[in-house]
Design a protein around this ligand. Structure first.
Ligand code: AMP
Length: 308
């Protein structure tokens, strides 16, 4: 079985949506990615850092889903990364109110021995220098390296981000970030500019409007499932990425055709994430629920039409 190594924040989040607000709850890019990828029965491990304030119970929640947390360093006298965000009424956009890097500021990642040779590597959202330090510790290039990032790192660590983007195969970002990264408004042009930075595949997430997968002159579109209720979009992008890389790791097939299925798997999982606050929905999700919704995805997009 292929191994999946996930890098990213493990965090406290405080979230405000039109439906309510939470105080510090479990969050972080690596948390959402790993919960999502765990649905594919792959062997996964996280590299990250938390402070002494991080409840052991949260680590146990991850372990319960067969996610290896040996690579999560605990800095006993430090504080965990903290993010606070507030969503606008349409839930499609949000303001970041607080980003406290805390222990992430001086983090020197160490990849545990068991994961030193992963076949699949997911560089989730965090400092690009940490993403790079992980790449540099892995002696044999993984089959597929996927990177996710956000405007915060484009604004604050542009050069380091460019260095790491040059080394990856697939980038997953949202539409606003794709425009910022490329300086292009058209997402087709944005993808072409991003190819020049390194990745051969570009995935652009458009929230409730689905996701686009670009490779050379090919484009594939996966819709988002129209949902009756969206409670909290936090982590949807990471859950999408976790579904994508989880599917790729389980199938071990890195063709464009299979990436299309990966994008559908990601959209499917993200549709669950937004139904409850924080990680709650992802912690209790079952295989049957996922399969049922995959069928809905199929029915949503299948049609017969006569050409000519
Ligand atoms: P998403 O909604 O998929 O963009 O991801 C939300 C998650 O990203 C939250 O759980 C936050 O803890 C985490 N997050 C927010 N800002 C950052 C950042 N600058 N770097 C890494 N992770 C972040």
């Amino acid at each position: 079985m292929s191994k999946l190594l996930i890098v990213g924040t493990v965090a406290f989040d405080a979230i405000e949506t039109p439906f309510g607000k939470t105080d510090k709850i479990l969050g972080g890019a690596a948390t959402y990615i790993s919960l999502s990828a765990s649905q594919f029965g792959v062997e996964s491990g996280i590299v990250s850092v938390v402070g002494g304030d991080f409840p052991k119970e949260y680590l146990r929640k991850l372990n319960a889903r067969n996610i290896n947390t040996d690579g999560i360093e605990v800095v006993e006298d430090g504080k965990t990364f903290f993010w606070k965000g507030k969503y606008h009424n349409d839930l499609n956009s949000r303001d970041t109110l607080i980003t406290d890097l805390n222990v992430l500021a001086d983090f020197k990642p160490v990849v545990p021995k068991r994961f030193i040779q992963p076949e699949f590597l997911m560089l989730g959202n965090l400092h690009p220098a940490v993403q790079m330090a992980v790449i540099n510790q892995i002696p044999v290039r993984p089959k597929l390296v996927v990177l996710d990032t956000m405007n915060f790192w484009m604004d604050n660590t542009w050069d380091q981000l460019m260095e790491v983007i040059a080394k990856i195969d697939v980038i997953t970002i949202n539409d606003e970030e794709a425009r910022q990264l490329s300086g292009e408004y058209s997402l087709v042009k944005a993808a072409q500019k991003i190819y020049e930075m390194g990745p051969k595949y570009v995935v652009i997430k458009k929230g409730e409007h689905g996701a686009l997968l670009f490779h050379e002159d090919n484009v594939f579109f996966a819709p988002a499932l129209p949902l009756e209720e969206v409670f909290d979009p936090t982590g949807a992008g990471d859950t999408f990425a976790g579904g994508f890389i989880g599917h790729m790791t389980r199938t071990e097939d890195i063709s464009f055709e299979n990436m299309k299925r990966g994008v559908i798997a990601g959209s499917n999982l993200a549709s669950f994430c937004v139904e409850k606050f924080g990680t709650e929905r992802m912690e209790n999700l079952t295989h049957d629920e996922i399969q049922e919704r995959l069928l809905q995805f199929k029915l949503l997009t299948q049609f017969d039409i006569e050409l000519g």
